[in-house]
Design a protein around this ligand. Sequence first.
Ligand code: ASP
Length: 148
Amino acid sequence: SESEKHGTVGAVALDGAGHLAAATSTGGYNNKPEGRIGDTPIIGAGTYARDGACAVSGTGKGEYFMRYAVGHEVAARVSYLGESLEKAAAKVIQEDLKQHDIGAGLVAVGADGSITAPYNTDGMFRGWVTPEGEFYVATHGEVFPINP
Ligand code: ASP
């Protein structure tokens, strides 16, 4: 299944001092070329954070994340076009990447604390905690609150 092809884990955070951070861990994908370096360790592609803009961690075929500099693209749309994080991230996942027929998703948090996690696959495992300390998890469209 699509979900068994990917083992990527991404995390983004906004701390109390307003700093943004992103981290991504992946094994790449099955049968990748020997010596391939994917998008995950390339800052601006699969992983990106910039104070004042947003933090982004992506999953999907890395060659396209590099081509579109996905993490930076989302931050640029937020910073230079003034788009909301949700709109910027959706544009990249649902339009730029989707046209190539690759499964892709990302998690992102904005400098204003906004949270978004768009994906163009059937589902994507994700979870988040709000500044108020509320926890949520989701796999598909339905969101489940978790009481810690
Ligand atoms: N982006 C990763 C890579 O291309 C794979 C993944 O996230 O599923 O190496």
